[in-house]
Design a protein around this ligand. Structure first.
Ligand SMILES: Nc1nc2c(ncn2[C@@H]2O[C@H](COP(=O)(O)OP(=O)(O)OP(=O)(O)O)[C@@H](O)[C@H]2O)c(=O)[nH]1
Ligand SMILES: [Mg+2]
Length: 694
């Protein structure tokens, strides 16, 4: 009995000419819940790293080991696991599929040799698949599609390419076709090896004779695989035209070359839960994926002896402190190596570790191509290029997180945890750069911005689980303002004669509305010294102070205040007294100026697959949005951009609905446009809520 991929004579069937030896770094990516973590588990079992394959339902997998991931039964951060397959070390990066945690994937991509894109035969998940493939295409990363959950496929599976091709700009090339027994998938035919296999649960597939229907189907499918390869190989094209069977080694050479050059994207299949198809996948990686030499070239690493590494993830472990997961792109580094980032010192390595999920194992120096964790590089950040020696390499890759789309205001449940919360938030943002923390000086809120509901939920769970700070969360305040519709001339008088030194300040101010966006200005129109020069700045201070809280409860903007008259007392007048007088002028004057609420309006740009555009339009209109128009998204077949102006209050949880209207693939950006008057019921409610909160 021969095993999967090895010919009966025991010789590896693949032409070995261009095979790369040495360490690899491979990311497992793909749409949400496609089976990446399960596939990692199968790979670790297959390579002997773990004795038994765990599963998501039982909560005993190497990936998703954090409390938050187990609880939600989804990946919420990158899992790193190193295994050895046929003598070569492979580090697998199990990336979260949820778009809300996509930054962990995006930041890791620059350093990988190849990606395994785990997907399902589900039309609804095609836009998400497309997003991920684009990311890889743009970065020129060789990729293999692994169609998972093939156990659930029916006979329609023959249309694999028809379903998947729209997601890929690169030509897909089907490498295997499934075989069925009583309508249930039982194995596959490998089109390059021309062999039929029958799946065995948690064991290598077994070779069976290729005969009957399967043999006919194989011929057609193989021919179309060769035709695609021949698009980039004239000699092969001639052989096909002349009906000559190309030598097997030539086919393997083409498969390898065309994958690495980004000309094709091979498609394999299997069932991660049963470890079916996993050995074929590993062999494809072994024989076809590039190694560190090509990856270093792709990134433009300058040749030299100095160690160069890319930080693909930062972790704060409970015991080991800070760990920087790096891919060694050049040289070697170990305990005591000092690294530079492109603009700073990164620190000194205090411990090199091999990672298998949450297990860390101390090891010797890291060689070029290996993926390890360095402890205590205090200043290294995810995405940094590290160089040992005196001359730092310029940054090889920079991956900016997507702008955040959802915010919550948080505070520690107990006052005594305030300082702890501050420290924990820094660590949280260090591990996950797609989180932004904003302190709102006006409302004194700490606002956590993130990529979606689950992202923020997991962030707050981490604050309590990992850092021991219990959190309260609220909807963040909207940046309401108020202004006035008409002007007034108002006296502000402050006079106190309670024994001893009195207080006296008296001003007349002319308050006038100004156009939207003008802000606030103050003018001194005093003549004849009725208010002495030196008190005038205090009047202005008093005015500004009072404008922080207008008659409706919000900061007042877009008005002009001129100091036109007043009087003073030689003994009792003071800065304090004039300040108070200025404040009184505003407090008494504004309520007579027809105050009106202003709300911030943002310019929102939503991107979505075209079939969702109508839904998005309706959604925006339903949220007081003013649609400006929609267009096809440049460079994105089958996608639109919808532009609208929308009140900030309505943007609050917009992302939740946009994602639900687009099967998770739509998103938006927004930027402040203008302040607009708001009246009527909505305004009354906002003002009442503000009063109640005070
Ligand atoms: N039937 C079937 N179910 C599978 C297979 N692989 C995974 N699953 C199930 O699919 C669900 C998601 O599996 P995961 O391994 O967590 O998927 P994932 O891609 O890591 O998910 P995210 O990281 O959250 O995107 C779990 O319930 C798995 O048991 C498979 O080959 N066949
Ligand atoms: Mg996962």
């Amino acid at each position: 009995m021969a095993s999967d991929g090895v010919a009966a004579n025991g010789v590896t069937a693949n032409g070995n000419g261009g095979r790369v030896a040495g360490p690899r770094c491979v990311a497992l990516v793909g749409p949400f819940q496609s089976g990446k973590t399960t596939l990692l588990e199968a790979i670790l079992a297959r390579t002997g790293v773990i004795a038994r394959q765990g599963n998501i339902e039982a909560g005993n997998t190497v990936g998703d080991a954090s409390k938050e991931a187990r609880h939600h039964k989804m990946s919420v951060e990158l899992t790193v696991a190193t295994a050895t397959f046929m003598g070569d070390p492979y580090t697998f990066l199990d990336c979260p599929g949820s778009v809300e945690f996509v930054h962990d994937m995006r930041a890791a991509l620059p350093a990988i040799d190849a990606a395994v894109v785990v997907c399902e035969l589900d039309e609804k998940k095609i836009p998400q698949l497309q997003l991920i493939l684009r990311e890889l295409e743009d970065r020129k990363i060789p990729r293999i599609l692994f169609v998972n959950k093939i156990d659930k496929a029916d006979a329609g599976v023959h249309d694999v390419l028809k379903l998947l091709q729209p997601a890929s700009r690169t030509k897909l090339i089907l490498r295997q076709i499934p075989t069925f027994k009583n309508d249930i998938i039982s194995g596959f035919v490998d089109l390059a090896l021309e062999r039929a296999f029958v799946y065995k649960e948690h064991a290598a597939s077994e070779i069976i004779p290729l005969e009957g229907d399967a043999a006919d189907l194989e011929k057609t499918a193989r021919f179309s695989m060769l035709e695609t390869l021949a698009d980039h190989d004239d000699e092969l094209m001639e052989q096909l035209l002349d009906d000559i069977q190309p030598p097997r080694d030539k086919v393997f050479d083409d498969l390898r070359r065309e994958l690495r050059e980004g000309l094709v994207c091979p498609v394999l299949m299997g069932t991660a839960t049963r470890a079916n198809g996993v050995l074929r996948l590993l062999k494809a990686l072994r024989h076809e994926s590039p190694g560190i030499a090509e990856t270093a070239k792709r990134l433009g690493v300058k040749a030299g002896n100095d160690a160069v590494a890319y930080v693909l993830k930062t972790l704060n472990t409970a015991h080991g402190g800070k760990m920087s997961v790096v891919r060694m792109l050049g040289g070697q580094a170990g305990d005591g190596t000092t690294f530079l980032t492109e603009d700073d010192e990164a620190g000194r390595v205090a411990g090199v570790f091999k990672l298998v999920g949450q297990t860390t194992e101390k090891r010797g120096p890291a060689m070029v191509g290996e993926t390890v964790a360095f402890a205590k590089l205090e200043k290294a950040k995810t995405g940094d290029t590290l160089t040992a020696g005196k001359q730092a390499q310029p940054a090889l890759a920079k991956v900016a997180p997507y702008p955040p789309v959802l915010a919550i205001a948080i505070s520690a449940k107990e006052r005594k945890d305030d300082v702890k919360l501050g420290l924990a938030l820094n660590k949280l943002a260090e591990e996950d750069p797609s989180i932004t923390i904003v302190h709102n000086p006006e409302t004194h809120e700490v606002v956590l911005w993130g990529q979606g509901e689950m992202h923020l939920r997991v962030a707050t769970e981490r604050l309590s689980d990992r850092y021991g700070v219990a959190i309260e969360r609220r909807t963040p305040s909207v940046g309401y303002r108020e202004t006035i519709r008409k002007g007034i001339v108002q006296r502000g008088r402050h006079k106190k004669q309670s024994g001893g030194h009195g207080q006296y300040g008296d001003v007349v101010i002319d308050i006038k509305p100004m156009p939207r966006g003008a802000g606030f200005s103050f003018e001194d129109k005093i003549t004849g010294g009725v208010v002495p020069r030196n008190y005038i700045p205090s009047v202005e201070e008093g005015v500004i102070d009072a404008l922080k809280h207008g008659p409706l409860g919000f900061p007042v903007v877009d008005l002009h205040v001129a100091l036109v008259d007043g009087s003073y007392h030689t003994v009792d007048s003071s800065d304090m007294a004039f300040r108070t007088a200025g404040r009184i002028g505003i407090v008494e004057g504004l309520p007579q100026c027809q105050p009106v609420l202003l709300e911030p309006i943002h310019l929102v740009e939503i991107v979505c697959p075209t079939e969702a555009t109508a839904k998005i339009n309706a959604l925006m209109s339903g949220r007081r949005g003013q649609i400006l128009g929609f267009d096809t998204r440049e460079g994105w077949d089958g996608w639109d951009v919808v532009r609208a102006k929308m009140p900030e209050a309505e943007i609050g949880d917009l992302i939740v609905e946009v994602r639900s209207a687009t099967a998770g693939s739509g998103t938006f950006t927004f930027k402040f446009d203008h302040m607009a008057e708001l009246t009527g019921r909505t305004a009354d409610q906002i003002i009442a809520a503000r009063r109640a909160a005070e």
